[in-house]
Design a protein around this ligand. Structure first.
Ligand code: PLP
Length: 395
């Protein structure tokens, strides 16, 4: 009989020729467990998803309660489904006034697709400005605004009228004109190896978009839901987007995403033609119930307030001559080791020692640290000790 790993290689689509082949049987809180009982501390939260840790009891309970009522019924925007309505209401009470209309989708990439379509419809323009090293998802529209040719070239032709500018280059803001439908930016760039925009730059970007009538789309699919020490990362910068993208941490481990805008902007999806964006499973009631429980728990347990001190502890402990720089905000950090060879050696050592760590799609010279927000002081100390041991052993 074939093992699970052999069957995985046989019947499950592969995205690289060297998969990690790490088999996980169970997860709880900060930890993943292999069938042999080996315990791994998850320092990347399944790519910024498990902000509350794995299988948080309140999220699991909300899912069970919803399973006992109904699962899928029918498409978004037609039937009144309590889990969707309550989640949208909660989000809009926590967001600035203009972000009051929530379109629930299945994933981050679908949120990007919806937002790009929305911007084209609302402005009657087609040009989109995106950023060098941006990542907004892997579907055709999202790939079109990805700032890395290496991953796009095989899929051309992609969407036309996309221009790329560099983050924190105020001169490039002149590219935003009356032809621009939208500017799409990760509030803190993730796959670029964690790049934080300058405060003045983001303010100037906001101003230029408003002056030219272009919508500012902020992608917080990775940075949202408390990860950076604010519920929404744009709160660090004193600006408000026209469209906000959420996914990943939003679902507490269940698949969900959203693009959020004003009632006026979102209104264009209703007519000429109707059904401007449709999705069978978007805003699935079980995912919405999980998301609402996630949001309420993050707020009730005051996890966000603890993020800055946890960030500080990581920064204080991770001191080593081979660490060139630590970039990021809160628990969204990139530990720059200056090259992939060191990153790979550290990652392999950490995995052996029961620590899950990774790197970034567009920058493989830095280690990715995105632990669940529930990580304790003792766990941070344990993790940093192993990471430092690993760094010490690199060439
Ligand atoms: N936007 C950002 C900033 C992301 O980090 C990601 C995923 O890594 C996406 C969009 C795409 O999300 P999904 O994988 O759910 O399609």
């Amino acid at each position: 009989m074939l093992s699970l790993k052999q069957l995985f290689l046989l019947n499950t689509a592969q995205t690289s020729s060297s998969p990690k082949l790490l088999e996980i049987e169970r997860s709880e809180g900060m930890y993943l467990f292999s069938p042999e009982g080996k315990r791994y501390m998850d320092l990347i939260s399944g790519f910024a998803v498990s902000n509350l840790g794995h299988r948080h009891p309140k999220v699991v309970q909300a899912i069970k309660d919803q399973l006992d009522r109904f699962m899928h019924i029918t498409v978004f925007g037609e039937y009144v489904q309590a889990p969707q309505v309550k989640l949208a209401e909660k989000l809009s009470t926590l967001l600035p006034e203009n972000l009051s209309s929530v379109y629930f989708v299945n994933s981050g990439a679908e949120a990007t697709e919806g937002a790009l379509k929305l911007a084209k419809r609302f402005t009657n323009r087609s040009e989109i400005i995106a950023f060098d090293k941006a990542y907004h998802g892997s579907t055709h529209g999202a790939l079109s605004v990805m700032g890395n040719e290496q991953y796009k070239q095989a899929y051309r032709p992609l969407l036309p009228d996309i221009r790329f500018i560099k983050l924190n280059d105020p001169g490039a803001l002149d590219w935003i004109t009356e032809n621009t439908a939208a500017v799409i930016l990760e509030t803190i760039q993730g796959e670029a190896g964690i790049r934080v925009p300058d405060l003045d730059y983001l303010k100037a970007l906001r101003k230029r978009c408003s002056e030219k009538g272009a919508l500012l789309i902020l992608d917080e699919i990775q940075a949202g839901f408390g990860r950076t020490g604010k519920l929404f990362a744009f709160e660090h910068f004193g600006i408000v987007p026209d469209v906000l993208l959420l996914a990943k941490g939003m679902g507490g481990g269940m698949p969900i995403g959203a693009f959020i805008a004003s009632k006026e902007i979102m209104g264009v999806l209703k007519e000429n033609p109707i059904l401007g964006h449709i999705t069978t499973f978007g805003g699935h009631p079980v995912s919405c119930a999980a998301s609402l429980a996630t949001l309420e728990t993050i707020l009730e347990e005051e996890l966000i307030a603890q993020v800055p001190e946890k960030e500080k502890l990581f920064r204080d402990l991770l001191k080593h001559p081979k660490i060139k720089e630590i970039r990021g905000k809160g628990l969204m950090l990139g530990i720059d080791l200056g090259g992939f060879s060191r990153v790979e050696q550290v990652s392999n050592y950490c995995q052996d020692k029961g620590l899950i760590i990774d790197w970034f799609l567009h920058y493989d010279g830095a280690l990715r640290l995105a632990p669940p927000l529930i990580i304790s002081e003792a766990e941070i100390r344990e993790a940093c000790q192993i990471i430092l041991e690993a760094i010490e052993l690199t060439d």
